[in-house]
Design a protein. Structure first.
Length: 399
């Protein structure tokens, strides 16, 4: 849906990875179950945008013309449109331990390239005319996997450039422009905005990348350079940036000054403990669930210390007394405080205020995929009502 009637603040949606669905029958069942109620609450008159998450199995199933027609008919009849896909989690993302498996296959693996190509083919057919599309993806790889692999960044960059060549061909044949949006995340190859800019400028926008795309495509150097910048951008996940103690305005400005497109803002909020103390073990204990990675970044007197998950952080709790901890746990964005912990909602408010002042992207997507693993005390309403409440909260912030 449009944030405002003149489209100046872009399109607002939510990511359907909140619904457990890996196969096509589960995907369409989740859409049929939740989208009508959400649309009735937040966009009863105008079309509702959908941030569609397709696992590899579902994406493969959609290659069947009859299955794809089923999706198109559902979207057309219900008044929905798809402008962004979540291509980050390749396989199972619910009900069993995911942890660092969420990054597999990473961008060293041809499976990640093939999957992303398939997603872009689907999005080109779903995308409304005169609208750019985006596909968010893994930020290269999980940082611990980079040890003892001197060529890993070159391999990652080359696979991404091969995907750009696929996007160039799609644009030529369909007229649809799609960009791959790398999503910086704690403990990944690119986790900070500075690391993101360095990777883009050196490996994706530099002379070597331009020469590689030219060799693949036959484009001139100038055309190849333009294509890399057109088809590669960043998915700015607000939860991730808050956990990394980024400066809201400064981080957005740094990306803009580097000429890196912010393909979409993923609107999300993290857990926050302002001062580690005697109650911290109990506070985080109820959130230490076994499915997802919950990276922790500690600000100890201005020095950032990173832990791969809550148990690793708790091992260092004695040394962390008085420090601030921020934890990668997507919590409902309408909560300024939770029962036992604070949130980074203020950082999200700051980002939205900047966007309202000067739009930074055309795409805004609420992402609170951890609904199923939240303690029951935080799930006072059904998931459809909670999603609608989050979308309404964003609209209120931007009104």
């Amino acid at each position: 849906m449009l944030v405002n009637s003149d489209q100046s603040l872009g399109h607002l949606t939510y990511c359907t990875n909140i619904h457990a669905a890996e196969t096509w029958p589960d995907v369409i069942a989740g859409l049929r179950r939740h989208l009508p109620e959400i649309k009735a609450k937040v966009s009863p008159i105008h079309p509702l945008g959908v941030g569609l998450r397709l696992a590899a199995k579902a994406a493969e199933a959609l290659c069947d013309p009859a299955t794809f027609s089923e999706l198109q008919e559902f979207l057309n009849e219900g008044g929905y449109y798809v402008f962004t896909l979540n291509g980050f989690p390749y396989g199972n993302f619910h009900s069993q331990s995911v942890k660092e498996g969420a990054y597999k296959p990473d961008w060293t693996d041809p499976l990640r390239l093939s999957y992303s190509n398939t997603l872009s083919d689907h999005l080109a057919r779903l995308l409304p005319d005169n609208m750019e599309g985006s596909i968010s993806t893994v930020p290269g790889t999980f940082k611990p996997w980079m040890k003892d692999n001197a060529n890993i960044i070159d391999t990652i960059a080359d696979n991404i450039i091969q995907h750009v060549w696929h996007l160039v061909k799609l644009r030529e044949t369909t007229g649809k422009s799609i960009n791959l949006a790398l999503e910086p995340e704690p403990f990944c190859m690119i986790e900070t905005i500075d690391e993101t800019i360095t990777f883009f400028m050196k490996f994706l926008y530099g002379d070597k990348a331009v020469a590689r795309l030219s060799a693949l495509s036959g484009l001139t150097s100038d055309a190849a350079s333009q294509a890399l910048r057109r088809h590669l951008g960043v998915c700015y996940d607000v939860c991730h940036a808050a956990v990394e103690f980024e400066d809201a305005r400064g981080s957005l400005s740094a990306l803009k000054n580097a000429g890196i497109k912010i393909s979409k803002l993923q609107l999300s909020s993290a857990m926050r403990i302002p001062s580690v103390g005697p109650d911290t073990v109990q506070q985080l204990g109820q959130m230490n669930e076994p499915v997802y990675m919950h990276q922790v970044v500690e600000n100890r007197g201005g020095t950032l210390i990173r832990y791969s998950d809550i148990p690793e952080a708790l091992k260092e709790i004695d040394a962390a007394q008085g420090s601030e901890w921020r934890t990668h746990f997507h919590v409902p964005i309408f909560l300024e405080e939770m029962q036992t912990v604070a949130t980074t909602q203020q950082f999200l408010k700051d980002i939205l205020a900047i966007h309202k002042e000067q739009p930074v992207t055309e795409q805004l997507e609420v992402e609170t995929y951890t609904w199923d693993v939240l303690p029951e005390s935080y799930k006072s309403v059904g998931v459809s009502a909670a999603i609608a409440r989050e979308l309404t909260w964003v609209q209120d912030q931007l009104s």
